[in-house]
Write a protein that binds this ligand. Structure first.
Ligand code: AHR
Length: 519
């Protein structure tokens, strides 16, 4: 973005205030989850490719696993997504040579069933990520869901647990977090239901699953997006059946730049912020009517930039395909990465009510990691803000006060030019994340009250105009043009009287690491 013009506008100014005593809540590590669905090349030639030069003895790509670790992913949701709503998990356990392919109707793809529950859970265990499983409440129901929990978590001596043992895995996997279906409000979902049908089924399936293993936590499906015509009413109805049983209600949201409306796209974090507030209000209204002290929290188990309306033809228009077709492999820009960074700011600012979130997805499908079959694996621009936030955001989220001018957007009304989130660990380690959504440099006065602030590292993503083409070369060009270390000494004016001045590049997302400790 050009900084200079014939009639330069005065640089907007903003003030961000940090106080060590003003806190929102602990940052749950599960906020840095991701998602692997049997969709396109997420599994086959994504995490799994037996013939690949880096494949381990189980057929999983080491290069992808290494990037997953570098990304800082804490948890991975599996196996869908829309895919789960017609999945027969029993067909993908046991001897691989006896498994039969099936036609997945969600993505109109022949699923070879080479990777199933055991392969995924063992991969997750080897890579040190927590699995989050979903059960099929589209074409199936209570019995299959309870059987899957028993297969995963049961001790020897009952049918499904013994099947797992016969398949070579003695120790229960201990999967803790379970989704009761996926996007059941969506007419595209195989086995789509209205809120009463789904609420009753989710309550019965969840009850049976918890009878198998009372230690599990359940996620009930909220709306697929805030634009759904049933939004609000759906949450109220579904929670009226499941409030006492579940821990979380799900949220899904994807953002994209539509019709060249860059301002609205840059304000996506504001839309996410309002969406969270509304779902929290809906859940609390159900709790209030029940005079319940229980608080339902959010599992934001699908979020990302996805060019859904502008690039995706729709599931029903996909031809039937096999052999890991390329489906929704969006190529990201620096601008997309700035928005992803800003969405992370929003999530951190809701740490008290959002303990779980999954960047959808992990590899190849709208993903931070891309691969070529038989070839390289590489980082998309969106990789960097996620990895940096997962690394620097530790401990508790501070209740950061931001005073900033706003700018008009056609989709989300007025939105603040600057957003910020901060975290502090017990030892005073600070993570600070700031977005400048304006097309001008913004000067931010960083007021630090009650503790001494020291910034020791900084990383910045700026929006770019590098044309999007597929492949590692593009990702490398964007990274070179848009992602850089901040020279902390020159970016940050010396502290004076408890304030520090940050100069933020136009359309940028910046992360700082440092300390914020009382003397
Ligand atoms: O992440 C891609 C798809 O988006 C998921 O399968 C579905 O849950 C959502 O609509």
């Amino acid at each position: 973005m050009p900084e200079a013009s014939a009639h330069p506008r005065p640089a907007p100014r903003a003030r961000v205030t940090l106080h060590p005593d003003f806190r929102r809540g602990a940052v749950d590590r599960r906020l840095f989850g991701s998602f692997v669905e049997h969709l396109g090349r997420a599994v086959y030639t994504g995490i799994y490719e037996p013939g690949h030069a880096t494949a381990d003895s189980h057929g999983f790509r080491r290069d992808v696993a290494d990037l997953t670790r570098e990304l800082g992913v804490s948890m991975v949701r599996y196996p869908g997504g829309n895919f789960v709503s017609n999945y027969v998990w029993e067909d993908a356990v046991g001897p691989v040579e006896e498994r039969k392919p099936f036609l997945d109707l969600a993505w109109r793809t022949v699923e070879p069933n080479l990777v199933g529950t055991d392969e995924f859970l063992q991969w997750a265990e080897r890579e040190g990520v927590e699995p989050m499983m979903a059960v099929n409440l589209g074409t199936r129901g209570v019995a299959a869901a309870a059987a899957l929990v028993e297969y995963c978590n049961g001790e020897a001596g009952t049918r499904w647990a013994d099947l797992r043992i016969a398949n070579g895995r003695v120790k229960p996997y201990g999967v803790h977090l379970w989704c009761l279906g996926n996007e059941m409000d969506g007419p595209w979902q195989i086995g789509h239901k209205d809120a009463h049908e789904y609420g009753k089924l989710a309550a019965e399936a969840g009850k049976a699953m918890k009878l198998v293993d009372p230690s599990i936590s359940l996620v009930v499906c909220g709306s697929s997006s805030m634009q759904m015509p049933t939004f609000g009413e759906w949450e109220r109805t579904v929670l009226s059946y499941t409030y006492d049983l579940v821990d979380h209600v799900s949220m899904h949201a994807y953002y994209e730049e539509l019709d060249g409306d860059r301002a609205s796209f840059l304000a996506s974090g504001t839309a996410m912020d309002r969406f969270i507030d509304r779902v929290v209000a809906s859940a609390d209204a159900v709790g209030a009517e029940r005079r319940s002290d229980k608080r339902i929290t959010i599992s934001f188990d699908e979020w990302n930039v996805w060019y859904l309306e502008s690039r995706f033809p729709g599931e029903a228009n996909l031809p039937i395909q096999r052999d890991a077709p390329r489906i929704i492999e969006d190529v990201y820009s620096g601008l997309d990465a700035v928005v992803v960074g800003d969405l992370l700011v929003t999530l951190l600012n809701h740490a008290d009510r959002v303990p779980v979130a999954c960047l959808a997805q992990l590899v190849n499908v709208i993903a931070p990691i891309m691969t070529e079959p038989g070839g390289e694996a590489w980082r998309q621009p969106t990789f960097h803000p996620f990895a940096t936030t997962a690394r620097l955001a530790r401990g508790e989220a501070l209740d950061v006060r931001v005073e900033a001018p706003s700018f008009p957007t056609s989709r989300h009304g007025d939105a603040p030019v600057v957003t910020a989130a901060a975290t502090v660990d017990d030892d005073g380690t600070l993570g600070l994340f700031v977005t400048n959504r304006s097309d001008q440099v913004v000067e931010v006065e960083l007021a630090h009250v009650g503790a001494a602030l020291r910034l020791t590292e900084g990383w910045q993503m700026v929006a770019d105009h590098v044309p999007a083409v597929e492949g590692p070369d593009h990702a490398a060009k964007v990274a070179e043009a848009c992602w850089s270390a901040v020279d902390v000494a020159s970016a940050v004016a010396p502290a004076a009287g408890g304030t520090t001045t940050l100069r933020l590049a136009p359309e940028s997302w910046t992360a700082f690491g440092g300390t914020f400790a009382r003397a």
